[in-house]
Design a protein around this ligand. Structure first.
Ligand code: ATP
Length: 218
């Protein structure tokens, strides 16, 4: 269904480690933009992800540089380095608050989350506030089942899910993307790079060239 015009347009936020950015991320960013009808999607690499057990293989600045290379020239996709530049931990809720402040209270704001991340949403800093600040677009990953959600998150999933755009709001709704899930992760890309396999089908050529130049993930 066509998007109803809003005063400020619609903005999407796609956060991730992007270590490195791969084709599933790009496919997802495009589906997020096109399915929700967003005017712009901010792809925001995490600075120091507090919820990751192991440290990423590339530095925050390198992950941002690879993202910039991967989306160069893509309409509506923006590499946003605000979390990389911020000192200390950057929580999603703080980033959304900052964007809400920049866009104003009436602007439509969407936050994209993978189904795997939804399963741990209850552990995120001030998670209920996320839905006060933004709508949630959920990208299902293989194996996703709502039965694995924390009861509080499952209650939101039940109560706030919408399937059409007849009543667009600045925040507060949840929508699952129709994009069929694919099995690809940055972990797999890093493993293949470390074992010297050809990753050209999984990441952009410019990103692969950057990885080689900077001798990453070896
Ligand atoms: P890693 O393997 O290092 O944990 P990842 O490939 O899952 O990384 P992230 O940068 O952590 O990538 O992902 C950013 C976001 O993209 C997350 O919300 C994640 O769920 C989502 N995502 C990544 N790959 C896919 C995929 N194949 N299908 C759906 N969502 C994905």
């Amino acid at each position: 269904m066509a998007r109803l015009p809003t005063e400020h347009g619609a903005t999407g936020v796609f956060g991730g480690t992007f270590d490195p950015v791969h084709h599933a991320h790009l496919r997802l960013a495009r589906a997020f933009r096109d399915e929700i009808g967003l005017d712009r999607v901010h792809l925001i690499p995490a600075g120091q992800p507090y919820h990751r057990h192991s440290q990423p293989g590339a530095s925050p600045a390198q992950r941002l540089a690879m993202l910039e290379l991967a989306i160069a020239g893509e309409p509506g996709l923006i590499a946003d380095g605000r979390e990389v530049r911020r000192h200390g931990h950057a929580y999603t809720v703080d980033t959304l608050q900052e964007l809400r402040h920049e866009l104003g209270p009436g602007a439509e704001l969407w936050f994209l989350i993978g189904g795997d991340a939804l399963e741990t949403l209850h552990t995120w800093q001030r998670w209920p506030q996320l839905l006060q600040l933004a709508n949630l677009a959920v990208a299902l990953r293989p194996g996703f089942t709502a039965a694995r959600l924390h009861p509080d998150v499952a209650a939101c999933w039940q109560a706030r899910q919408v399937s059409d755009f007849s009543n667009r709001t600045p925040s507060g709704t949840i929508r699952a993307l129709a994009l069929p899930p694919i099995t690809l992760s940055a972990t797999e890309v890093r493993q293949q790079l470390a074992s010297g396999q050809d990753c050209s089908a999984l990441i952009a050529p410019e990103v692969l060239a950057y990885i080689r130049r900077h001798q990453l993930y070896r």
